[in-house]
Design a protein. Structure first.
Length: 136
């Protein structure tokens, strides 16, 4: 294989890895088979929207009951609370409420999807040590 072909193959692999890291894993999609199609479509749209902004689906913390994402740029070494800002959807509520916990905190905030989208810049901008945001 020529250097050019090897470089091309490496770039393709890198693009695929990035694309795959942004998607809800197939296992999770399979687990959603019993969930109404409209809810699955909403989850896929939600995932696409926030992963495009830099959120990462958390395969380790997600389960049949919860879908969890974290915001890596917020990460910090903390003694208390979460090491990154995280959000999750609860399957028991059909994912209608988005819960957010900020890095270094245990306080939980609840948003509708529309409220979350409107407040994402504030949520993503928060860094440990700042005053926790207030939402109306």
């Amino acid at each position: 294989m020529s250097r050019e072909n090897a470089a091309k193959k490496a770039r393709r692999k890198k693009r695929q890895a990035v694309r795959d890291s942004r998607l809800v894993p197939q296992e999770m999609v399979d687990q959603l088979a019993d969930v109404p199609d409209s809810i699955v479509a909403d989850l896929a749209e939600f995932d696409e929207r926030i992963t495009a902004r830099g959120w990462t689906f958390d395969e380790e913390e997600s389960s049949d009951d919860f879908a969890v994402w974290f915001y890596e740029p917020s990460g910090a070494q903390v003694q208390d609370g979460l090491p990154v800002t995280s959000l999750w959807l609860d399957a028991a509520e059909d994912g209608e409420i988005v819960r957010v916990v900020f890095v270094g905190s245990v306080e939980r905030y609840e948003f509708t999807h529309d409220e979350l989208i409107g407040d994402l810049e504030v949520i993503e901008g928060y860094r440990v040590g700042q005053s926790l945001p207030e939402f109306g």
